[in-house]
Design a protein around this ligand. Structure first.
Ligand code: PRP
Ligand code: URA
Length: 209
């Protein structure tokens, strides 16, 4: 089982390129993030177990596959993770949602928590943490630490762009957490931004700054 899966699907790659373009409008950026969220949900759920249930079609009775096993929780890291949530929920409408409010201190790049709310049965569920950007991984590690404190044991991480430094940090801090990303860029700059990257995902999505 791979620790990191790069989702090379042409639709994902095409949409990511459109998002990197600095001229992309707020509206366009938000729509693309939502669409990629849906495509990444498809990939991160690819290996969910199935079980056969008896089903009556208009013609006969058959044993047909349905998803078995743990129910899902999507856990977006605020703010930018919310941009991928609706796309993911459109594929798994019954999933629960945990919200993890974190921002990066611009000087220290450490993650500062300002909100946390998760379903009470998070320990029994498969938790998919969502954040478009995995840079230093301070935010991802803090979010997963917090979820594990609440009992979560089965956790996956989905992002749009990852820096090699972030992958290294996340896989050493949480070796049990597999990562799905649309691309791995070359490096972080001195301000902790992913290069070539796409800039500040939250600001581009909400038109702030
Ligand atoms: C961004 C991004 C991640 C974090 C990644 O959030 O959405 O959460 O930075 O960086 P890291 O891997 O170095 O922790 P930011 O703190 O800018 O907050 P925002 O989403 O509210 O804009
Ligand atoms: N957060 C972002 O939004 N972009 C980066 O490049 C790094 C962290």
């Amino acid at each position: 089982m791979e620790a990191v899966t790069v989702v090379a699907h042409p639709l994902v790659q095409h949409k990511l390129t459109l998002m990197r373009d600095k001229k992309r409008s707020t509206k366009g950026f938000r729509q693309l993030l939502n669409e990629i969220g849906m495509l990444l949900a498809y990939e991160v759920t690819r290996d969910l177990p199935l079980e056969l249930v008896e089903t009556e079609t208009p013609l006969t009775t058959m044993m047909a596959p349905t998803i078995a096993g743990k129910k899902l929780v999507f856990a977006p890291i605020l703010r930018a993770g919310v941009g991928m949530l609706d796309g993911m929920l459109s594929l798994v409408p019954s999933a629960r949602v945990a919200h993890i409010g974190l921002y990066r201190d611009p000087e220290t790049l450490t993650a500062v928590e300002y909100y946390f709310k998760a379903p009470s049965d998070v320990a029994e569920r498969l938790v998919v943490v969502i954040d478009p950007m995995l840079a230093t991984a301070n935010s991802a590690v803090a979010a997963i630490d917090r979820l594990k404190d609440r009992g979560a044991r089965d956790i996956r991480f989905v992002c749009l762009l990852a820096a090699p430094e972030g992958i290294q940090r996340l896989t050493s801090a949480h070796p049990d957490v597999r990562i799905w990303t649309a691309a791995i860029d070359t490096h972080l700059n001195d301000h902790g931004y992913i290069v070539p990257g796409l800039g500040d995902a939250g600001d581009r999505m909400y038109g702030t700054r």
